[in-house]
Design a protein. Sequence first.
Length: 165
Amino acid sequence: MPRFAPSHTIQEILLLMPEAEELLTDYGLSCSNCAVGGTETLQEAMTLHRYSEETLELLLADLEDYADELHVPQPLCLTVTPAALTALSALQTEQDLPGAALLIEYIPDGTNAGSYALDFITDAHRYPHTRQQLLTIATTTESLPQVQGATLDSTDGEFTVTPAE
């Protein structure tokens, strides 16, 4: 699974791999000095600067190679239901944690089931993570196999993580 796609914003790329700023600059994308501030997608930035689709593909390949060199983790792929997003947003507000990310950790229990621990953190950039609307969700590298492809839901204030089949 690639870490980067044309639909990622420049900010998302730099959050996952701050070292990419030099590579982006080498491609003529001086995003940290740009008035738009990196809020456009990679596709939009490349189009704005009149780069071809082939150049975009080369940049994506270079980003992946650089991420491999730096051992940047794969991004998290997780489905979050609307009910869970609403409940997590309310919990963030209730706990006065605006902008905090949700960390999901798998806790093995000697069976195939295991359990999941959820907590808010402020350093999601250190973990494989994803954005779902305005919420960042992360997991540890050790938990990634059990969380990857899972579904996070909420019913009556209780959260459940259903692993991928």
